[in-house]
Design a protein around this ligand. Structure first.
Ligand code: TEU
Length: 581
């Protein structure tokens, strides 16, 4: 029925354009490269592309620091090319969802350049400015207005000598935080969003949008310290919770967040055609918050990205404090979100994006023996949960983390910031490098591997970031005509999502929740049951029935990565089977 939104059974493919495909030989991926690869996306069967930022930017955070929301960065292409991409994607039935980064701008945005020119600037209140802490001299350590740490290490306040105040940045100093308490700022953002919808984009992925409402308290400076050493709510970022206060309680899911999201929805989407989609990226968010954010009756956002399951292998010291991840913990988290949003709201389903390491290396087994099957098993388990499925570029190829030899191989401002701060704290350089190799965002940003040839066919120039040497074995060209490749399997998996209503509609029930090797669940709707069972381990074959997974009589195998597999056969390492009954 028409009232079921396309994104219920849909699959959204994330393109990080800088690393996707380079069409002009400058070593940087661009819009021309995206247009050139639309066949790859159409054959895969995806419904939409989430395009990471292509706006004008000094590229301190690879485009998440925007200096002009209504122009394209020259190294990524032109507005005309973006219009061409929209037209060509739409002609193929593929929607384009833009990345909206309005929690902060670049420090080179005209708003900020004007704001920092004078305390009397009409743009001053577009940002957060505060005098030095009482009794302190500006620019001296400890004079910051609050003790908050930045997600990218260091303090969250930058001293501006010229106007004698600090400005707030929860990410890099080049990413000043926007002040959403200020109505003219909100109007400017809504006007820009309407401009993009008028241009034909199909929605927005909203960068850290649950940070836009800060917890402001009466009195000066209106923003409060966090007691040092408090257990961090959000371990996804690099904030060092010993030297600085965790900003999470003051900046995530703040007091006006629902009011602001509802206002944005009203001002931007009311009266627009159906089919537009909004997904809020929301670190530090619970299921309870998500039920409010995604309840269609509240008209805030359609779905959110939670960080809960991608924080499970972060210890008390944050993401760089890598800890083991038992399968039961992963199932508990994903299962809780299925249960929590079963009666209201909607889930986003993802293993990876441009901020997370490659899933086959993180949750699977990227050894030559197990890589392909662990990639297809993980994809199946994820995409047959209830929610919109996301595929990050290269996931459909089974791409892996990359072998970064030294700190010189890394590019990411978050990783370099952590390396600098950790070594300044006297941490062991090799241990820091080991954590970077495991969790650095650069793992996801190595160029997509199109061929076994020079630079994996990504560029005819010199690539901006190292190309994984394993592109010789792992590349799109070698997978297109191989029925057993990850790409060919993902095509079947996405087709199943589209063709089997129970995937979008069915009730979810976790099976054998405490089992540390099997991930098994059912989906039921209208008398149809899918049973998904995967052996997510390298330890050897398992007999699901013997392990307590009920296999319905007469069940039909509708998808599997096991050769000639019967419904109740054992599952080899990383074997997965989907039964219909
Ligand atoms: O990321 C939000 C965010 O908090 C991430 O930085 C995450 O905590 C961390 O990367 C996990 O290691 C969004 C964008 O996806 C990210 O690329 C940007 O760097 C960040 O916001 C600032 O715009």
């Amino acid at each position: 029925p028409s009232e079921i939104p396309w994104w219920h059974a849909g699959v959204i493919y994330q393109v990080y354009p800088r690393s996707f495909a380079d069409s002009d030989g400058d070593g940087i991926g661009d819009l021309g490269g995206v247009i050139a690869k639309l066949d790859h996306l159409e054959r895969l069967g995806v419904d939409a592309v989430w395009l990471s930022p292509v706006y004008a930017s000094p590229m301190v955070d690879n485009g998440y620091d925007i200096s002009d929301y209504q122009d394209v960065a020259p190294e990524l292409g032109t507005l005309a090319q973006l219009d061409d991409l929209l037209a060509q994607a739409h002609a193929r039935g593929i929607r384009i969802v833009m990345d909206l980064v309005v929690n902060h701008t670049s420090d080179q945005h005209p708003w900020f350049l004007d704001a920092r020119s004078s305390t009397q600037s009409p743009y001053r209140d577009f940002y957060w400015w505060r005098p030095p802490r009482e009794g302190h001299v500006g620019g001296e350590p400890g004079a910051e207005p609050t003790n908050w740490g930045s997600v990218f290490s260091g303090p969250a306040w930058e001293w501006d000598e010229a106007t004698g105040e600090y400005y707030l940045h929860l990410f890099a100093p080049e990413q000043p935080e926007l002040n959403w308490e200020h109505p003219p700022l909100r109007e400017a953002v809504y006007s820009m969003m309407r401009w993009w919808l008028d241009r034909g984009v199909d929605g927005f992925r909203m960068d850290v949008v649950n940070m836009i409402s800060k917890r402001v308290v009466p009195g000066s400076p209106g923003l409060e310290d966090t007691p040092l050493g408090e257990a961090p709510e959000d371990t996804s970022g690099g904030t060092d919770h010993t030297a600085y206060g965790d900003p999470a309680p003051h900046v995530f899911n703040g007091p006006r967040i629902h009011e602001l999201l509802a206002e944005m929805h009203r001002e931007v989407f009311d009266g627009r055609p159906a089919g537009l989609v909004t997904v809020g990226e929301m670190p530090v968010t619970t299921v309870e918050h998500a039920r409010l954010y995604t309840d269609p009756a509240r008209r805030e956002v359609d779905m959110i990205f939670t960080f809960e399951h991608v924080d499970l292998d972060s210890g008390p010291g944050g993401k760089w404090d890598v800890v083991p991840l038992p399968l039961s913990a992963l199932k508990r988290s994903l299962g809780a979100w299925q249960t929590g949003l079963a009666d209201v709201g909607w889930n986003s389903l993802y293993w990876s994006n441009h901020d997370q390491p490659r899933p086959v290396s993180r949750f699977g087994d990227d050894s030559p023996e197990h890589r392909v099957r662990s990639a297809t098993a993980l994809g199946t388990v994820l995409q047959l949960h209830r929610g919109t499925a996301y595929v990050f570029q290269g996931e459909e190829l089974g791409m892996t983390n990359a072998p970064f030899a030294s700190i010189e191989d890394f590019d990411d401002v978050e990783s370099l910031g952590h390396h600098r701060e950790a070594l300044a704290r006297g941490e062991d350089p090799e241990a820091v490098l080991a954590a970077l190799r495991t969790k650095s965002r650069d793992n996801a940003r190595t160029p997509v591997q199109w061929t076994a040839g020079r630079h994996a066919g990504f560029t005819t120039g010199e690539p901006w970031l190292l190309v994984n040497p394993n592109h010789v074995e792992i590349n799109a060209e070698s997978q297109y005509d191989d029925a057993d490749s990850v790409y060919s399997y993902y095509r079947r998996l996405i087709a199943l999502r589209h063709d089997e209503p129970v995937v979008a509609r069915g009730d979810f029930t976790m099976l054998v929740p405490e089992h540390e090797q099997l991930y098994a669940f059912t989906r039921e709707h209208d008398g149809v049951r899918l049973t998904v069972v995967a052996n997510l381990s390298s330890d050897g074959p398992l007999d699901p029935v013997a392990e307590g997974v009920p296999v319905p009589d007469g069940a039909e195998v509708v998808l599997t990565n096991e050769p000639d597999s019967g419904a109740s056969d054992v599952l080899g390492p990383w074997g997965v089977r989907v039964l219909r009954s």
